[in-house]
Design a protein around this ligand. Structure first.
Ligand SMILES: Nc1ncnc2c1ncn2[C@@H]1O[C@H](COP(=O)(O)OP(=O)(O)OP(=O)(O)O)[C@@H](O)[C@H]1O
Length: 520
């Protein structure tokens, strides 16, 4: 029997015996699973009422319980350690879809378990099938699974999840993202990579230095795919997928995940995915019903005062973290100082703070040392922080998808939350129609003043303006539909690359086409 790898919690794959898990390690287990985000169960059952559309050829049947999937015993143990008892809707389908070797485009609400939705099936396949037999342990690291994600924080969060569920297995997850020196990440990469979680720019750095090769990638996952396009990552993603040594589309399984899917992402899917299955859970781009949405009319000059009132009546605490979104980096710092001066412990996170400061701010918020976090849109997507019970849109975003992602930082995994939006007529009339649609779709109350603004503004919505910064229109909100069914699908010509930006920063830089340029 080969000597087990010495690294704690990492098992081995033996060509004859198969998977040999590492022994349990109490200290490591406590560290990996301590942050288990336990669903209260209040609204978890509600997920069962959400309409699911799975379209495409020969869609595999969804499962209802983890026990119905053919799961590796080690994965089952790790799922139990994470205290997950029931698969979320997206997991119910992603497991059998990946098992059948099919490509998938999945759109499911914020906080509904999309990360495990792709991690479970790929880890399961890897646990059961082992590494590619011809893999050379010398030379560049050759991941078998590659997960691309837009921001550093999201990337490291996915990595943490991967470490949890890969615990004791032969699969070694490694994370690389920009904004920090490469040295430490290089050491991790040199020790070998089976599953790589990366932001696109930093991954290309590693490929260019000859330290990573994609030739053995069997599973390619694009998380928050639409956001990656918004951030101008399309050229990098195309280079990674089409121009480096990544296996061709029919030699790999490709999965795309997001809570919102604008039209152009579905065209990108046409290039990257084979005969894929389109899975939508709930309405595409809709907000979670687990979040109670309140919209109040507040003019710019009243915002400070109203905010203090709200925080006094509904104070933030260790079990009630409050996340406040503002538009600009400067605004974030100013508001955090203002709150601090008024005895509300707050910190700020935005793209001008260096990576260490951002990590410190997030840590301070997560651990409730400062139970209020003021953030720009950088914190809008994917971040999964337990106990965020209130999201305040101090400044409303101009893109309604951003609103959906922002409020999705609460009401996660079947828990409930509240989202308060300050609606400033002078500035926000352009989102009024989309906002009303989002409220109605999630069965929320639509305040009278909003209806009135909508009647008088005569616009302010995707329908009226073509959506997403004029990039060719958003996905038809409210329809759970596979875009391949639309007539224009076959005739579509994507806009010229330049008009999509193409900056591709490995950071939280401005989304070139979001209309908020220079602010983040
Ligand atoms: N089957 C499950 N049972 C209980 N909790 C779960 C289950 N699946 C995921 N979770 C938990 O739900 C939370 C949200 O999951 P996740 O971050 O994957 O959501 P998401 O759909 O990716 O959200 P977003 O769109 O905001 O990125 C996490 O804390 C995760 O641990």
């Amino acid at each position: 029997m080969p000597a087990p790898r010495r690294e704690r919690g990492v098992g081995i794959w033996d060509p004859e015996q198969g998977h040999i898990p590492a022994p349990r390690d109490d200290a490591l287990e406590a560290q990996l699973f301590k942050s288990a985000h336990v669903a209260t169960g209040i609204n978890f059952a509600k997920y069962d009422d959400i309409p699911i559309e799975a379209s495409g050829n020969n869609v595999p049947k969804g499962i209802n319980a983890f026990s119905e999937a053919k799961l590796d015993p080690l994965l089952i143990e790790n799922i139990e350690l994470a205290t997950y008892t029931t698969p979320t809707p997206v997991q119910k389908y992603s497991l059998p879809i990946v098992e059948a070797g099919r490509d998938l485009m999945a759109c499911a609400q914020t906080g509904s378990g999309k990360t495990a939705g792709f991690l479970f099936p790929i880890l399961n396949e890897l646990f059961m099938k082992g590494p590619p037999p011809n893999r050379d342990t010398r030379g560049p690291a050759c991941p078998v699974a590659l997960i691309l994600s837009p921001t550093r924080e999201l990337t490291s969060q996915i990595y943490d999840e991967a470490r949890r569920f890969a615990y004791r297995s032969w699969v070694r997850p490694v994370v690389v993202y920009g904004g920090v020196p490469m040295r430490e990440q290089m050491m991790g990469v040199r020790r070998g990579v089976d599953l790589m979680v990366a932001t696109p720019g930093r991954l290309l750095d590693f490929i260019e230095r000859g330290m990573v090769s994609l030739k053995h990638v069997k599973y390619l996952i694009l998380d928050e795919a639409d956001r990656m396009l918004d951030m101008g990552f399309e050229p990098q993603i195309r280079r990674i997928v089409e121009e480096e040594d990544c296996p061709a589309q029919d030699k790999r399984v490709t999965l795309m995940f997001s809570a919102t899917f604008p039209r152009e992402i579905q065209y990108l899917a046409r290039d990257f995915l084979g005969d894929y299955i389109f899975l939508s859970v709930g309405r595409v781009g809709a907000a979670s019903e687990n979040v109670t949405q309140r919209v109040i009319e507040v003019a710019e000059h009243e915002k400070h005062e109203v905010l203090l009132d709200i925080l006094t009546v509904e104070p933030a605490s260790a079990t009630n973290l409050t996340l406040i979104f503002v538009e600009t980096k400067k605004g974030a710092d100013m508001l955090a100082h203002f709150l601090y001066d008024n005895n509300f412990p707050a910190t700020a996170i935005h793209g001008d703070r260096d990576q260490r400061e951002r990590e410190r701010a997030l840590h301070s918020f997560r651990t409730a040392r400062t139970p209020i976090l003021v953030a720009t849109a950088v914190a809008a997507r994917g971040l999964d922080i337990a106990n965020v019970t209130h999201v305040i849109n101090y400044d409303l975003p101009s893109d309604i998808d951003d609103y959906v992602h922002r409020i999705g930082r609460t009401g996660r995994a079947g828990n409930t939350g509240v989202a308060t939006a300050f609606f400033d007529q002078a500035k926000n009339f352009n989102v009024v129609r989309d906002l009303i649609t989002i409220l109605r779709d999630a069965n929320q109350e639509v305040p009278d003043f909003l209806e009135q603004v909508s009647r008088y503004s005569g616009g302010g919505g995707r329908g009226g303006r073509g959506g997403r910064g004029g990039r060719g229109g958003g996905f038809s909100r409210g329809n759970t539909r596979d875009f391949r069914k639309e007539k224009e699908y076959n005739n579509y010509q994507p806009p010229a690359r330049d008009s999509w930006g193409g900056g591709g920063q490995d950071s939280w830089g401005p989304p070139p086409s979001s209309g908020q340029g220079g602010y983040w």
